[in-house]
Design a binder for this molecule. Structure first.
Ligand SMILES: [Zn+2]
Length: 422
């Protein structure tokens, strides 16, 4: 356990915040500090084919230790942290034998991590928690994943009696700004399937995520002296407001759960002459997803029709772009890869929690790039903020799951499955 804590702390104390406004990969140079440390560790542990490319993608191989043919599998996590909250000067606090009471993260600022608000905490009574000091995020998303993959590889190297096939590990930058999978070299990685270690609570196993699109909409206006504006002025802010009112009121993130999709206004800035609105569209169901996009376009078209005469040109311009798709479509033909992870958890006494992700993961992009990639728990909670925490026991269990999956992959007969696939 101390080994896991030490490794985790060595990762989270390196600031790797990514930056959506940067055009480079990685988006921030500082991410490479951790990337290079990971390269060194993989080499020290004894992995082969350890590489880092010019964009910071780290890969390594644990060679097979059996004579028979075993599918090559992979484990993937990301080393950047979310720009939503600062990741500078992370000072983790270790709470051994958690007593189920409030945890004071920061006395001076009275920042408290309380089970009366974060009920999940009570699942971990008696365990060792790692929290923030209230001033930064923790970075368990996804440095818990890194810790688990590296530790599991180390364990397998030290325990050659555990039989496994070839295993590839991959660490990516910029997942938090939606670019982690963009230039992941799936061919070079060379695995038949992989798992991202990037979920939350112990037991989580996910192979369904949202279909996602983002819309940027510009509303134009016409400025006229308010005293003489009748029939002439067009206030772009009011048109944007009209647009928002046309969206279904209860299909928003704070009113939906499970498989329910939503529209979410993420940005709105404006003046009389021009208002810019940003919107994201999410749905697990591909058909409903299409419908949602059409609905946005229809509201825009209706507004344009209404103002066609008065404005002369389109008053409202929408650019709707797909962001990622539900990986279910790519994973379902290979359901045995989910079954394998489920079996591994059950054999370790972990209750699998299979549920749709209300978001995306690197795995959803990778699945569409030819690397089917379900997501497994990494153990952390309350990502992207000061209340983030991770139980060390959950990280240990994730290590065990990786080892068990490696073992099961070497002992499962996939001949039927691969026929099904083709
Ligand atoms: Zn993550």
């Amino acid at each position: 356990m101390q080994h896991i804590i030490d490794r985790f702390v060595s990762y989270v104390t390196i600031d790797t915040e990514s930056d959506a406004n940067s055009p480079t990969t990685p988006s921030t140079k500082k991410q490479l500090v951790l990337a290079k440390l990971l390269v060194k560790e993989l080499k020290d542990i004894g992995l082969t084919e350890v590489t880092i490319d010019k964009n910071g993608y780290v890969m390594g191989t644990l060679p097979s230790n059996v004579d028979h043919e075993v599918p090559t599998i992979g484990f993937v996590s990301h080393y950047d942290t979310s720009p939503d909250f600062t990741g500078k000067d992370v000072q983790p606090q270790i709470i051994p034998n958690y007593d189920g009471k409030d945890i004071v993260l920061n006395k001076e600022q009275n920042i408290v991590l309380s089970p009366s608000y974060f009920k999940d905490l009570l699942l971990y009574k008696g365990q060792t928690l790692i929290t923030t000091n209230g001033l930064t995020l923790l970075g368990a998303d996804d440095k818990a994943g890194l810790t688990e993959i590296v530790t599991a590889m180390e364990y397998l190297v030290q325990h050659p009696e555990i039989k496994h096939g070839k295993i590839r590990v991959g660490f990516t930058p910029d997942e938090e700004i939606g670019r982690g999978a963009d230039i992941f070299d799936v061919e070079k990685f060379g695995a038949q399937w992989a798992y991202t270690m990037d979920g939350s609570q112990i037991g989580e196993l996910e192979y369904e995520n949202f279909n996602a699109a983002g819309a940027k909409i510009i509303f134009k206006g016409k400025s006229v002296h308010p005293g003489y504006a009748k029939g002439k002025m067009i206030n772009s802010m009011l048109i944007a407001n009209h647009f928002i009112n046309k969206l279904p009121k209860n299909e928003i993130p704070q009113e939906t759960k499970g498989y329910e999709g939503f529209f979410h206004v993420t940005g709105l800035t404006g003046s009389l002459e021009e208002t810019k609105l940003e919107l994201i569209i999410r749905d697990h169901d591909a058909k409903k997803f299409k419908k949602r996009k059409k609905r946005v376009q229809k509201i825009v078209n209706d507004i344009n029709k209404k103002f066609a005469k008065q404005f002369g040109e389109d008053i409202c311009i929408a650019e709707i772009k797909d962001q990622y798709y539900n990986m279910r479509e790519k994973v379902e033909p290979m359901m045995f890869i989910v079954d394998l992870a489920e079996k591994a958890m059950k054999q370790l006494g972990i209750k699998p929690l299979i549920k749709p992700i209300r978001g995306g993961t690197d795995g959803s992009r990778l699945s569409y790039m030819g690397l089917p990639c379900p997501n497994i728990f990494a153990g952390g909670h309350n990502f992207h903020g000061k209340y983030e925490y991770v139980p060390v026991e959950s990280m240990q269990k994730a290590v065990d799951v990786i080892v068990k999956i490696a073992e099961l992959t070497a002992t499962t007969d996939f001949s039927k499955e691969s026929k099904k696939k083709k």
